[in-house]
Design a protein around this ligand. Sequence first.
Ligand code: GLU
Length: 442
Amino acid sequence: MAYLSGLKEDKMTKEAFDSSVHEREKLNTFDNALKQFDIAAKILNISENQIAMIKEPRRITEVKLPVRMDDGSIKIFTAYRVQHSVARGPAKGGIRFHPDVTVDEVKALAFWMTYKCAVVGIPMSGGKGGVVVDPSKLSKSELERLSRRYFAELLDLFGENKDVPAPDVNTNPQIMGWMMDTYSMHHQQYLPGVITGKPLEIGGSAGRASATAQGMVFCVREAAKHLKIDLKSSTVAIQGYGNAGSFAAKLLHEDGCKIVAISDIDGAFYDENGILPEEAIKHVAKNKTLKGFEKVSKAKRMDDPMELLELDVDILVPAALENQITKENAKRVKAKLIAECANGPLTPKADETVTRNGIFIIPDILCNAGGVTVSYLEWVQNRMGYYWAEERVLEDLERIITNSFKTVLETSLEYKVNMRVAAFIVAISRVTKAAEIRGLYA
Ligand code: GLU
């Protein structure tokens, strides 16, 4: 969150940060997501009935999870699962563990999953889960009990043909493994297709760990061709160094880009000669965050981590949380290309500003769709019980993402709209058609 990374020095509280930003721009993530929908729906001229079928989430579940802590006390955690749509297949989307999770955030994230699956044409719809927790404060066994309790409590919602979760911010393959085991134990059979992003040993897919960033790289390659940017002489800044951000750094570096800045919750680091992603990955593996990275590398710690977003680079990769580029800082963004590895990193006002300034956006629902695409391939493999080599998975991922990028780019040129609006035009058309063909039961 911006208030944690950007304003930590003057100890501004979350409440103070939220109210000061709210005065200037509305940062309700779900409202912002719906604004994106409305722009594309208007261009498509779809009817009120069609909108009613596909805009709002279908099911919102909130539960209170009692979890026994290591010291014997019991703590209650608030948790959600939102199923936005099941029009094109089972609900699909990750589970986030974060202290700032709200129902509106989970609704927005579930909404984006519906349109993300549609834009890349995989037969799934949108869902998302969240638990209000800071997992760094839990021991491994507390984390396991919380994860199992979440799945057990919501057991009836999930199923390989109903709703298939996956990792998201602060959740990982081990957590997916515990959840799959909980579901399988309840049903007294091995049911790996209920969740994706699992460890390889228990039905995970080759290529899933790097899939989000890999999909982004396939998009960036196409965008670079279109914009005539030479990746070999490009500079990159990456906000966030979790799964998406760290693999983004590694893969873009392998494509010849110079990674000049990276950041995470503990600060931002800059080196005009280029940061070695592997060095930073090793540092995080040892220390959990980038804290102290300036001591083991040539990179300098930036005074204000939010300035990373304003660096004069060719490619900016937001790979952290929502609402990072707002009305406030959008005018200072200098990158030629923004590749949204995070979900919802730009507010609608920021979107307008950067588009007006000629910056090319690869929108989240296309740019980070590599993750859910390989999740889909994992689910297919689970259903067959037959597993593919990494080359096969990557081949499918490249074809799906590259073709989707081309479709969205053609749509953007045809309708003379930015890539985000174009992606929603493609996705909304597909969801509307599916909902219409299925019709109304009863
Ligand atoms: N959490 C990821 C996303 O936002 C992956 C979802 C999935 O694989 O189902 O796209």
